[in-house]
Ligand binder design. Structure first.
Ligand code: ATP
Length: 514
């Protein structure tokens, strides 16, 4: 646990030191759970967004993208159920005065049990070596089976109590499991209460006529209310999808995991409109498709898993999370939800407008069903950033810090470094930059010895360093150094563009999904 916390602290300080993420309004001591993306962070975030957008919108003939407003008519949120049901169960510790999400306290308890299972698996894998069969071990090892049963029973009961809004039982569960406040160790809990997560604001100049609005807590509703406009103007035929990326706001009760849980964050959502009855098939297809997208980034199959929901939201008939192994354990990165016709039907009811589709093959009107994929851009950023940050032992007994970002997403693709600040080398370096900048983000760096400059670029996540030396003046060749292998090759300046493109080209990364 201490190592996990330590690793996570390193992630946060590295993000600050290398210009990725700053605390918002830091000079005023910051605003809790609100963050700013700095020079490198903004680029990384933009690249992740583009990687998602291309995979969803550009590569799918039947998906188009929109950009709806953050402010929406307030009835939207009555129809969607957010006014009545967008609540988290909160609990306070009377001694430490710390506030928690009651469901998260229980889930963290279960995560500890799962951690024990993982430990047993690791031990057995070591003992049995190549002959180890994980599936069989999980199904037959007495201790592991008992752990698993305990975890399942707890989650089932939590799901049932939340579904029935039996908050007293959620508290009983916390007490029965003997869960203590992680800060103080105290078990002196208040009752569990519901807390609405939407931020309110006002539209209009004077108090009497002002209209109460909400900052959108999800981007999805901007898609639903535009369903018919898009379908008609785009002449879309079912099945088709509408995608968008944009800010969402939630007044989160507990927000202390850096950009994992923020009060202002960005979502990348896609609603796929389908025939009623085909939802199972599309749900499975989108699960598979989205996992492939994640795996295309090469961060290791073992770091992802599906977690099916026990407790389904009021709108869903099936739901799963793609979880990622963050520095603090497996947690939700993306949600895939089969939302039935709930949202469109509700908007029909509240607006009095028909939101139906005439299916030319079936020759009938219906309210389409929806399968949604919803991923937090900031969470994806954290997954990539924390996974990429590595301390590496080198052969000469030193270590280097390297940020192994997937090259396609790296904020800067190459740093051009004159070996010395004289003899015309800086001029050649600038000429190389002038040539490459039309295709890639490239930077110039002449400060410090070349070794330190390499280390600095490794830690910043730059995939290539290009060094201009005296030989360059004679034969127009440079040294190109690869971040991950530290390998250096002498190449012609005229070949640089092709060498870099080969590793950072979005097309070839996305083709790994095929
Ligand atoms: P959680 O259970 O972690 O609160 P959720 O189930 O409420 O998440 P959804 O409503 O399904 O999340 O939102 C879709 C995605 O948006 C999540 O998978 C996550 O990546 C992202 N997300 C949700 N809330 C936040 C937040 N407060 N900060 C950053 N990202 C968020």
């Amino acid at each position: 646990m201490a190592k996990q916390e330590d690793d996570f602290k390193k992630v946060i300080s590295h993000a600050k030191e290398y210009g990725y993420v700053f605390q918002s309004s830091e000079i005023y001591d910051g605003l809790s759970a609100v963050y700013d993306y700095a020079q490198n962070g903004a680029e990384l975030k933009k690249n992740i967004r583009e990687y998602w957008w291309k995979a969803m919108v550009q590569l799918n003939e039947n998906i188009i993208g929109i950009d709806a407003a953050i402010l929406m008519h307030p009835t939207t949120w009555k129809a969607s159920g957010h006014v009545d049901a967008f609540n988290d169960p909160l609990i306070d510790n009377k001694d430490s005065k710390k506030r928690y999400r009651a469901d998260v306290l229980v889930e963290d308890y279960v995560a500890k049990i799962e951690g024990k299972i993982e430990k047993e698996v690791a031990k057995a894998a070591k003992r049995f070596g190549d002959s180890f069969d994980k599936k069989q071990f999980l199904a037959t090892n007495q201790r592991v089976v008992e752990y698993q049963e305990k975890a399942d029973t707890i989650l089932k009961r939590l799901g049932r109590s939340l579904e029935n809004e039996d908050l007293a039982d959620v508290k009983s569960l916390i007490e029965e499991l003997d869960i203590a406040c992680p800060m103080s160790g105290s078990k002196n809990w208040t009752d569990v209460k519901q807390f609405n997560l939407m931020f309110g604001t006002k539209l209009g100049a004077n108090a009497e006529s002002a209209m109460d609005l909400y900052l959108r807590p999800e981007t999805a509703q901007g898609i639903f209310v535009n369903f018919l406009n898009v379908q008609k103007t785009g002449r879309m035929k079912i099945p088709f999808g509408i995608a968008q990326t944009g800010k969402a706001f939630r007044n989160e009760i507990v927000a202390r995991q850096f950009i994992f849980r923020m009060r202002e964050f960005e979502q990348m959502e896609m609603q796929f409109f389908i025939r009623p009855g085909s939802q199972k098939e599309w749900y499975e297809k989108w699960k598979e498709n989205r996992l492939k997208w994640h795996l295309s980034l090469g961060m290791g199959e073992d770091n992802y898993r599906f977690h099916d929901h026990e407790k389904l939201a009021h709108y869903a008939d099936a739901a799963t999370d793609i979880e990622f192994r963050f520095p603090f354990g497996f947690k939700e990165l993306e949600g895939i939800h089969s939302r039935t016709d709930f949202d469109l039907s509700q908007h029909e009811k509240y607006s009095g407008k028909k939101l139906q589709y005439f299916d030319p093959e079936l020759k009938e009107n219906y309210v389409p069903y929806v399968v949604e994929t919803s991923i937090g851009l900031d969470r994806m950023f954290l997954a990539i950033f924390s996974h990429s940050l590595q301390e590496e032992e080198l052969e000469n007994n030193t270590t280097r810090t390297v940020l192994r970002l997937p090259a396609v997403l790296a904020p800067t693709k190459a740093a051009v470094l004159p070996l010395v600040k004289k003899d015309g080398l800086p001029e050649v370096a600038h000429k190389i930059i002038d040539d490459l900048k039309w295709d890639f983000n490239v930077i110039y760096d002449e400060k410090d010895a070349i070794g330190r400059r390499y280390r600095r670029q490794d830690a910043a996540g730059t995939p290539f360093c290009i060094t201009v030396d005296h030989q360059t003046l004679e034969d127009e060749t440079v040294t190109i150094r690869h971040r991950d292998t530290m390998e250096q090759n002498r190449v012609a300046i005229t070949d640089l563009r092709a060498i870099i493109a080969k590793e950072v080209d979005m097309k070839s990364w996305l083709q790994r999904m095929a």
